[in-house]
Design a binder for this molecule. Structure first.
Ligand code: PLP
Length: 222
């Protein structure tokens, strides 16, 4: 299967309100350009150095999504151009994104990453922390970030009912938080192995890598 055919098949199967982010981590420029030539403009990367290198070489109208764990001291490298940071998991990180966005005279859209999986290793706020942040008023002073939504990753399990339940919880939480924060409109959930369940549970943004580009040889995301 070619990248372009994979994309066409995927896009034909997705509801119109769902945005597809093509996760291109570890993939070479040629593969990204193949997807670009098929009309894909949203790409996701996990590593700051890889993202800044690719951004410098590839077309300027690509919308680059940062989806990996982001260290505060690296925000400055992506702040000039990043389209959406999916993986905000601390107030400290949010404050640094705000500071760097201000330096670049822009507003950076961010998603709060919520921990929904049973695994210990996944980053993210738990729902209580997330609600406390949103209702605290702290966000009002951060004028150069906009909380556009939530992101979550389900457990890495073959148990579909567990994944279904985790996505369902995140969607319920998203609806609940919207009462405090009407700017929330993006629910980023769903990877290659579980995106159908994510859509069923109200995802508005999928992050798909291997189902577009094929399997990765190196993957330290888990
Ligand atoms: C790698 C990665 C994806 C894409 O994973 P696939 O299984 O290849 O679709 C999505 N989200 C995050 C956070 C990732 O690190």
């Amino acid at each position: 299967m070619s990248i372009q055919q994979n994309l066409r098949d995927l896009l034909a199967s997705l509801p119109p309100h769902v945005t597809l982010v093509a996760v291109s981590k570890t993939k070479p420029d040629e593969m990204i350009l193949e997807a670009y030539e098929a009309g894909q403009r949203d790409f996701g990367e996990n590593y700051v150095q890889e993202l800044t290198d690719k951004q410098a070489r590839l077309p300027g109208d690509i919308r680059w999504h940062f989806i990996g764990h982001l260290q505060s001291n690296k925000v400055k490298y992506i702040a000039p151009f990043v389209h959406l940071v999916h993986s905000v998991d601390s107030l400290k990180l949010l404050q640094e994104i705000n500071r760097q966005a201000l330096r670049n005279r822009r507003v950076i859209d961010c998603l709060l990453q919520v921990h929904i999986a049973t695994e210990e290793t996944k980053f993210g706020f738990d729902t209580g922390e997330c609600e406390a942040l949103v209702t605290s008023g702290t966000l009002k002073s951060l004028e150069n970030i906009r909380i556009a939504g939530l992101m979550g990753m389900a457990s890495n399990t073959a148990d579909g009912s567990q994944i279904d339940q985790e996505f369902g919880l995140l969607h319920d939480f998203f609806v609940q938080l919207k009462v405090y924060l009407p700017s929330l409109h993006i629910l980023s959930m769903g990877m290659s192995s579980d995106y159908q369940l994510a859509i069923k549970n109200g995802s508005t943004m999928l992050r798909l890598g291997s189902s577009i580009f094929g399997a990765r040889i190196y993957d330290s995301s888990h």
